[in-house]
Design a protein. Structure first.
Length: 420
């Protein structure tokens, strides 16, 4: 099975003391001519993909090489100052690759030629000066070729067409129709909209069948393994389009998914076809790519968008998480209703504070008073539950005005953490 992404190495931070690739190596391999020689060579790209698809990757390739040079029928030894230097011919190189499952003899021969161009490095001396030796490749050259390929691939930007992430996204799009569909149905095992490092690598290993790629892809995006990954980080193009629609939902219905669905499903069919969806989102003011957006939510790929698929926007969007205070939206209940209602009906948090009479410097309001004022303003949700929970954020029976402002603006989490 062939992989579709890139090398095993992760993104390199030259300032980090824990990186295994030195700054000197980085400076050598990041020269424009070196970048071009790797990035524009489809033989190298295909070979690197194949390496990542076999068990142990480059370790196995190096092991096969060393085993072959130790074979009296395969390797050639060159003495006279080069004790221990063993090489193999192009014919033997092509044969061992083909025996291991490499798909192209022509490609294997092209890789041999690229390895043969590598220098020996300062500690290995010059290549043995004989006609026969010049038709061989040596382990030092193979190792240098490996470092060059992995370094160049690992430092590609996410947006680079040949970066591990870009190629991963193309693989997901080809298999699932959209990266967002794959994100929701395969990678987001807990349906929270964000994915932990362990879930991501497990999904790549167990569900996508690419065991060696998860660490590489994550590392190409970021070095931090603690914070969960967000969709827009993995696929900026589809992610930006999704965020534009989420911003549109926030401005029109306050991210109230019930209101948004009823606005779109004008025929009450309990599903949306593409034409109805496009008509509705354009009425909302969305100017982005409707087709890309619809495909990203339609996991069945049948052209019928279901409500549960539409609701996922409120989980995966960073607009929703920022505006509604972070955390799991389903767990916020009445507080989410308040934030959405304030945006939808009044125009935002500052307008709500003015309506509540809290815009003139008043620092606190009793829970009961807040509940009564919200009801009088026409709040559709459970006003007492909202006031009580906001009061608990401050730990008392009164609501701090500053805490309420932070909550409504999304700067403070709306999740109440009860003491143990």
């Amino acid at each position: 099975r062939r992989s579709a992404y890139g090398s095993r190495a992760s993104s390199v931070n030259p300032d980090s003391p824990r990186q295994t690739i030195s700054r000197r190596t980085m400076s050598l391999f990041m020269k424009p001519d070196v970048l071009a020689s790797v990035g524009n060579n489809h033989y190298i790209t295909e070979f690197n993909d194949w390496v990542q698809s076999i068990p142990q990757g480059w370790v196995q390739v190096n092991g096969m090489f060393l085993k072959e040079v130790g074979n009296p029928a395969g390797g050639n030894h060159f003495g006279h100052g080069h004790a221990g230097m063993h090489g193999i011919s192009k014919k033997r190189w092509v044969r061992i690759l083909m025996d291991t499952g490499y798909p192209s003899a022509q490609g294997a021969a092209a890789i041999f030629d690229n390895i043969a161009k590598e220098s020996f490095g300062e500690r290995n001396g010059d290549k043995p000066d004989s006609a026969e030796a010049h038709d061989q490749i040596f382990i030092s050259q193979l190792k240098r070729f490996e470092r060059r390929v992995t370094t160049v691939n690992s430092t590609r930007l996410v947006q680079d067409n040949q970066s591990p992430v870009s190629r991963f996204n193309r693989f997901l799009t080809k298999k699932y129709g959209s990266t967002l569909v794959a994100w929701r149905t395969v990678l987001d095992m807990h349906q929270t909209g964000r994915i932990a490092y362990s879930d991501f690598t497990n999904g790549c290993r167990g569900l996508l069948g690419i065991p060696s790629q998860g660490q590489l892809i994550w590392g190409n995006i970021r070095q931090d393994k603690l914070a969960p990954l967000e969709f827009w980080e993995m696929d900026p193009r589809e992610g930006d389009n999704l965020e534009e629609f989420a911003e549109c939902l926030w401005n029109t219905v306050g991210m109230d998914m019930d209101k948004a669905w009823h606005f779109l499903d004008i025929n009450n069919q309990q599903f949306l076809g593409f034409d109805d969806f496009k008509f509705g989102v354009r009425r909302m003011g969305f100017t982005g790519n409707c087709h890309l957006l619809f495909k990203g939510m339609d996991s069945s790929r049948l052209g019928r968008l279901k409500r549960v698929e539409f609701d996922y926007i409120a989980k995966v969007s960073r607009v929703a998480n920022r505006r509604l205070g972070g955390g799991n939206i389903a767990s916020r209940g009445a507080l989410t209703d308040l934030i959405s209602w304030a945006q939808r009906e009044l125009g935002g948090s500052h307008e709500l504070l003015d309506k509540l009479g809290l815009g003139s410097g008043q620092k606190e309001i009793l829970v009961g008073d807040l509940s009564a004022r919200l009801t009088a303003l026409g709040f559709e949700g459970d006003a007492l539950a909202v006031a009580t929970r906001v009061g608990r954020l401050g730990g008392g029976t009164s609501v701090n005005t500053e805490a309420l402002v932070e909550l409504l603006s999304g700067a403070k989490s709306a999740v109440v953490r009860h003491p143990a």
